[in-house]
Design a protein around this ligand. Structure first.
Ligand SMILES: Nc1ncnc2c1ncn2[C@@H]1O[C@H](COP(=O)(O)OP(=O)(O)O)[C@@H](O)[C@H]1O
Ligand SMILES: [Mg+2]
Length: 264
C-alpha cells in the first residue's frame, strides 16, 4: 500500500447466502486509487461493481478485508464518501434546486445556506432556468446533471458514481461525459466511476480496473495515458482504438458468455 493513495481496498471480498449456500459475489479485490484521479471499474453485469461501492460507502460490511481512506481504516464508516447510487432518484416533489441542495441539507446545512450554495452551480453547470422546475419535467440528461451535482455538493473528496449515464441515449451520454470531465477538472475530487461501456471508461479515466464475473474479481488494471483535456476526437485516435480493442478482448476472454452485456 502506498502512503499517498486516497482510497485503498485491501483483500476485500463479499460472500452472500443464496438458497442456503454461500455465493461469492466478490473474490478478494485489491484496489489502490491515487488522490485526484478518475478511475473506472468496468465489467459485465453481476461482477460485483455495485457491491464494491456499497462496501466503500460503508453500507455493507465486507466478508473479508478493509477499506482505507487517506491511510485510515474506514471499513463500515457511512458518510465518508459521496455516493451516487445506480438508481439514484431525484425526489419528484422537490424542485431541481431543492434536490441539489438535499445532500447538504442531510449533512446539517440550513436549507437557506444549502440553496445559496447550490444556486450559482446550477447556472454554471447547465441547469440555469431549470432551478424551480420539478424533475418530472426534465430530460434524462438534465436529471442526471442534478443528481451528480447533488452528490458533488456534499463536499466529500472521494466520489463514487455508479453507471450514471447507463440509461441515456448515445448523444446525450457523449455530452454528459464531456460535462462530467469539466466538473472533474473544476472540483478536483477523486472519482470512482462504474460503467459497462468500454469507450466511456477510456474516454473519462486515468486508470481502468477490468473485472470479470463468477466470481466477481479484478482481472487487470490499465493505465489510460491519453492527455487531458480530452475532447471527443480522441476516440478515433489509434491509441484509443487499440486500448478499446484490448479491453474488449480481455472482457470477452474472461466472461465469454456475458460478452453481450458489454457495450462496444
Ligand atoms: N444483498 C445481496 N444478497 C445476495 N446476492 C447479492 C446481493 N447483492 C448483490 N448480490 C449478487 O452479487 C453479484 C454482484 O452484484 P452487483 O455488485 O450488483 O453487480 P454489478 O453492479 O457488477 O452488476 C450479483 O450476482 C448479485 O445478484
Ligand atoms: Mg451495479
Amino acid at each position: 500500500m502506498s502512503g499517498t493513495s486516497k482510497l485503498v481496498l485491501e483483500n476485500v471480498s463479499m460472500t452472500f447466502e443464496a438458497d442456503g449456500k454461500p455465493f461469492t459475489a466478490l473474490a478478494p479485490v485489491d484496489l489502490e486509487i491515487p488522490a485526484g484521479k478518475f478511475i473506472s471499474l468496468i465489467g459485465p453485469s453481476g461482477c460485483g461493481k455495485s457491491t464494491i461501492f456499497n462496501i466503500v460507502a460503508g453500507l455493507q460490511p465486507p466478508t473479508t478485508g478493509r477499506v482505507l481512506i487517506d491511510g485510515e481504516d474506514a471499513t463500515g464508516l457511512i458518510g465518508r464518501v459521496g455516493y451516487m447510487l445506480q438508481k439514484d432518484l431525484l425526489l419528484p416533489w422537490r424542485t431541481v434546486l431543492d434536490n441539489v441542495a438535499l445532500g447538504m441539507e442531510i449533512r446539517g446545512f440550513k436549507m437557506s445556506e444549502a440553496r445559496a450554495r447550490a444556486l450559482p452551480l446550477l447556472a454554471r453547470y447547465g441547469l440555469g432556468g431549470f432551478e424551480h422546475r420539478y424533475p418530472g419535467s426534465l430530460s434524462g440528461g438534465m436529471r442526471q446533471r442534478a443528481a451528480l451535482l447533488r452528490t458533488l455538493l456534499v463536499d466529500q473528496d472521494v466520489v463514487l458514481l455508479d453507471e450514471p449515464f447507463g440509461a441515456l441515449d448515445a448523444q446525450t451520454k457523449a455530452r454528459m461525459q464531456e460535462w462530467l470531465l469539466q466538473l472533474f477538472n473544476d472540483f478536483g475530487r477523486t472519482v470512482v466511476f462504474v460503467t459497462h461501456d468500454v469507450e466511456e471508461a477510456i474516454f473519462l479515466s486515468d486508470e481502468i480496473y477490468v473485472m470479470a464475473s463468477r466470481p466477481g474479481r479484478v482481472i487487470e488494471k490499465l493505465p489510460i495515458d491519453l492527455p487531458r483535456p480530452r475532447d471527443r476526437s480522441v476516440v478515433s485516435s489509434p491509441r484509443f482504438v487499440a486500448m478499446k480493442k484490448y479491453c474488449l478482448d480481455l472482457l470477452h476472454l474472461a466472461s465469454p458468455d456475458t460478452h453481450g452485456d458489454i457495450a462496444a
